[in-house]
Design a protein around this ligand. Structure first.
Ligand code: PMP
Length: 419
């Protein structure tokens, strides 16, 4: 094991509280989540003391190809050898290469890309483009949908606790229940610039719509002359068993937002990929929206390599196959421990476990952490724990992780029953 920097965790948490945010330090302490991450490879994370964790969360569905995938790492290292960030005054080859790769891999006539650095920024771009393209200012989004926390994206995000402190948000947003086609029909009209949805809701706790929901939303948008924005920041890049979740439903949006795993787990990058005609609104003034570091050479090198890995290793196929097994095991656990698990859901390697008590999500997360397994809560529904490992996780390792999940469920059962 290589030499590790010495960190006193107590000092570290005090400094986190003093210089960053005491609330975060308190939560980490309370949850007993006080290991300092040091090294990642594949589906393994090692802390500074050498303790190993099985990664069943992939940094919130970012590390889809595993930590430091050699091909992606190589691409970044090679780019770093000659240039880091772009001059922004000269032509940058990486951006065009990535845009072309995205045009090839995304469904239908999605072709042009605007690059930024995060998911929320990609959503901002989509909202601005939709307003310009349609000349309309209204949007329809879904309850519990998550699109990020910048002011525009937050206006689309459909949940209370992140929004309350910032009201009034951008006017013109209506939220309707997800997977309710009548509600959508009623909300969309000739004033609607766009409907923005996640094809499968991630932060809401892995909510999968009926198969005909998105096709019908597409029809409603077409009838009203509204655009359809599908936010694939979480579901894209193979996560749900197709390269993009909209492919499960045979629906092509007018604008697709991507981020998270597009970076190959290396250098953050976001993108709004649109039909050429839609992104034409930025033609007259190409700097009407811009991002200094968005789509920089390093990020593009990482993302282009990540798309190659996605295809060559059939990450979507791996997610699909392993996801069937994950769901099978979780359903078995739900049958065995009905007093603990209320229901499970999943598509590919994005699975949700809803607990019978609200505290269950955090209890299991802390318990799993102490047993060396990383999972995540759902930001819009903390009762649901999510399992979202790297898509190329070894089957044995996944089984071992799920064994530990089962042991932890069994362990917290008496506490859950007493609540
Ligand atoms: N959209 C979706 C569907 C997401 O899941 C997220 C992040 N969880 C975002 C947007 C925001 O992405 P970021 O945190 O990179 O801004």
């Amino acid at each position: 094991m290589e030499e590790k920097g010495k960190i006193d965790v107590e000092d570290f948490l005090n400094d986190l509280g003093e210089y960053v945010n005491p609330g975060r330090a308190r939560v980490y302490r309370l949850m007993g989540m006080t290991n300092v991450e040091h090294k990642g490879f594949g589906s393994t994370v090692v802390d500074i003391e050498g303790k190993e964790f099985i990664d069943l969360c992939a940094g919130y569905a970012v590390i889809n190809a595993g930590h430091r995938h050699p091909r992606i790492l190589g691409a970044v290292q090679q780019q770093m050898e000659h240039m880091g960030l772009s001059t922004k005054t000269m032509l940058s080859a990486g951006e065009v290469e990535l845009a072309r790769a995205l045009a090839e891999i995304t469904p239908g006539d999605l072709k042009r890309s605007f690059f930024c650095a995060t998911g929320a920024e990609a959503v901002e771009v989509a909202l601005k483009v939709a307003r310009m393209y349609t000349g309309r200012t209204n949007f329809v989004a879904a309850d519990n949908g998550f699109h990020g926390k910048t002011l525009g994206a937050l206006s689309a995000t459909g949940g209370g606790s992140y929004r309350d402190a910032f009201e009034p948000l951008i006017p013109g947003f209506t939220h309707v229940p997800f997977d309710d086609i009548e509600a959508m029909e009623e909300a969309v009209d000739e004033q609607t610039a766009a409907v923005i949805l996640e094809p499968i809701q991630g932060e809401a706790g892995v909510v999968i719509p009926h198969p005909d929901y998105l096709p019908r939303v597409r029809e409603i948008c077409d009838r009203a002359g509204a655009l359809l924005i599908l936010d694939e920041v979480q579901t894209g890049i193979g996560r749900t068993g197709e390269n993009f979740a909209c492919e499960h439903y045979g629906v092509t949006p007018d604008i697709m937002t991507l981020a998270k795993a597009l970076s190959g787990g290396m250098i953050p990058v976001g993108a709004a990929v649109a039909r050429s005609e839609v992104l034409e609104v930025f033609d007259a003034n190409p700097w009407i929206h811009s991002s200094t570091t968005g789509g920089n050479a390093l990020a593009c090198a990482a993302a282009t390599a990540a798309l190659q890995v996605l295809q060559e290793e059939d990450l979507a196929g791996q997610a699909q196959r392993k996801g069937v097994r994950v769901l099978e095991r979780l359903e078995e656990m739900a049958r065995r421990y009905p007093e603990v698990i209320q229901e499970v859901s999943g598509k590919g390697l994005l699975a949700g476990v809803r607990f019978t008590k609200p505290a269950g999500g955090l209890m299991i997360m802390a318990e799993l952490y102490s047993r060396g397994v990383l999972v995540i809560p759902s930001l819009m529904n903390w009762t649901v724990m999510r399992i979202a490992p790297p898509l190329n996780i070894e089957e044995e390792r996944l089984e071992r992780g799920l064994d530990i999940v089962e042991e932890a469920v069994e362990y917290i059962r008496p506490d859950i029953e007493d609540m």
